[in-house]
Design a protein around this ligand. Sequence first.
Ligand code: ATP
Ligand code: MG
Length: 550
Amino acid sequence: MSKTDIIPTNFIENIIVDDLNSGKHDKILTRFPPEPNGYLHIGHAKSLAINFGIKNKFGGTCYLRYDDTNPEKEEQEYVDSIKEDIKWLGHVWDKELYASDYFETMYQCAVLLIKKGLAFVCDYSDEEISKTRGSFNEPGVESKYRNRSVEENLKLFENMRKGLYEDGSRVLRAKIDMASPNMNMRDPVIYRILRSTHHRTKDKWVIYPMYDFAHPIEDAIEHITHSICTLEFEDHRPLYDWVVDNCEFDPKPRQIEFARLNIKNTIMSKRFLKKLVDDGFVEGWDDPRMPTISGMRNRGYPPEAINEFCERIGVAKANSEVEPSLLEFCIRENLNRTADRAMVVESPLLVTIENIGEDESFEFDIVDNPQDENSKTHKVVLKREIFIESSDFALVPPPKYHRLVEGGKTRLKGAYIIEHVKTILDCDGNVESLVCRYIPDSASGGENARIKVKATIQWVSKADAVDVELHNFESLLTDEVEGVKNFTDRLNQNSRQIIKGAKGEPFVLEGEENKRYQFMRSAYYKRAKKVDGVWQFYRIVSLKESYSLM
Ligand code: ATP
Ligand code: MG
């Protein structure tokens, strides 16, 4: 009888189901192992979705483990931001762990390798090591320090720990095979001397383990069953297994590689994202244009939409590039269901409705979100002076123009039909304002509601309108051009466009800060922040894929 009837949906889950059914494992343990050297980005969301997805699907365990073995680049700020981002995405880790807590165990593992004749202290410099490593076609040359005695190696390694040698003067190398076709197996460096204050262990250590040595030990200590990483590590797997075997760990974790997420025109490397921050090209790691989790949160992306995107792209064994439109699709789909609708006029044109008195007003109820059957409603108030979108009136209408024209009629969203009376031009002949009349009883359900009009336009009453500033974002990178390799040559100088002077209905300020809205006819926006008395709204995503600024 099979142990699990859970249906696997990708190759990693196939392996897990086999391992459960064969009895190799009763319980599945995964981990998410970020290096705290930057903020998480959308690629990490993918890795999180896989590791925590397995935990949830198979009733397993998933740890958050900081892979903090490289003190020069790691900081507490990053540790904190990583936690916040993971929580925001909705994942719950079972334990918070740090590789640096295992430094003593790692040291003892290295001593064990030395005692077994499987590691030696090498006095070569970095350059000498890479010079003697050989190439794909050529075997490497063995170090002249390779045959030091166990006793000498133990003494030297202990002295390395004690800080008796200078940074970079010696390393500990695994003794494997300088002729291996796999370059990673050619006596790789497993420890280096480095005086750098670690964000947790401070100055306790002056030697630090290398990733390829540390990572398998971390996994083995924690009894991780499936250590999921990206494809670049496929060639490192023999070394991973070598470390686990020779350091005599049992049970043994298994490394599985999948294709990393790449999105067109999207920087997906902490190192490069940090450069954008350090160079001041963006406002910070959470700039709304950044593909970081905090940037996307600031921009207004719903976490559920990011997870849905990760789900839809699936888990592949071969690298490929995903279009950003797929992520945008997931966001739109989410916001269409969840965002309240609001009227905001980007380029206001004043309309005086001459048959509404100065002190007269009409109230209407508008459904917040027509996609939600339990939606609330909110009030809009029609007064004598309103703003409509300039482009919703045409003095010389182009063909098939259905909105307001001279002598024509149109419906005000949620309210009455209005009829054009007069156009007031400025001295240059541009439209300055309009005079219209409303048609009584033409609101929904009224006697004149059936009068034919071809369009419904948005509006806000002048007296109640609130000032809003729209911030529209484009990709940080322009399209790839042949020959341009460096991403800094592809930076989009126009990635933030600001529209000032827009007018919104009061409803856009009624909800909580960070509330997401659909501004009818334009895009989804988030109420972001108030600067100099004016609320800034960030464009989350346009309403349609082909949207471009008018
Ligand atoms: P970066 O190059 O951006 O610094 P990294 O791989 O060095 O990325 P880590 O902090 O080591 O960053 O990553 C933590 C986990 O997230 C690792 O398991 C890594 O494989 C995974 N990961 C990182 N980038 C991606 C990506 N683009 N797609 C999928 N998984 C990723
Ligand atoms: Mg890394």
